[in-house]
Design a protein. Structure first.
Length: 133
């Protein structure tokens, strides 16, 4: 059973929703701020680590041929979560709005490792898995 308050559970859901908006709007520095200093994103090529990696990736995405929109849903805070550390799982589709009509580009499963620092939830790691590969 989780020992996490409703307020912190809601804050985690908000953090995950905010993640999508920041990455999809190429707000690299804001995207990076959602992570701890050495935060990681694995399951992508290449894996990303550290806030600068997210800033750099945002710039690459902005200059690329795609216009992705992340749709993260079915967020589930895992048992054992506390008001200081939590894990969460979610499903996600990534739609490409750079084509007409927009199409689903990928489907993924997310696993979040989250920590609360100075009263704010931060992402320590996101592990992405493509279950169909």
């Amino acid at each position: 059973m989780s020992k996490i308050s409703i307020e912190n559970r809601l804050a985690i859901h908000e953090l995950i929703a905010e993640y999508s908006h920041r990455v999809d709007n190429y707000r690299g520095e804001d995207w990076a701020e959602l992570f701890v200093e050495d935060g990681r994103l694995t399951g992508v090529d290449p894996p990303m680590e550290g806030r600068q990696a997210f800033i750099d990736q945002s710039a690459r995405l902005l200059g690329g041929p795609t216009e992705y929109r992340h749709l993260i849903t079915n967020v589930y805070v895992l048992p054992g979560a506390t008001d200081e550390r939590a894990g969460a799982m979610a499903y996600g589709t990534v739609a490409d709005w750079g084509v007409s009509p927009p199409k689903m580009a990928i489907f993924v499963e997310y696993r979040f490792d989250l920590v609360r620092r100075d009263g704010e939830w931060k992402i320590a790691e996101i592990a992405i898995r493509r279950p169909y590969e």
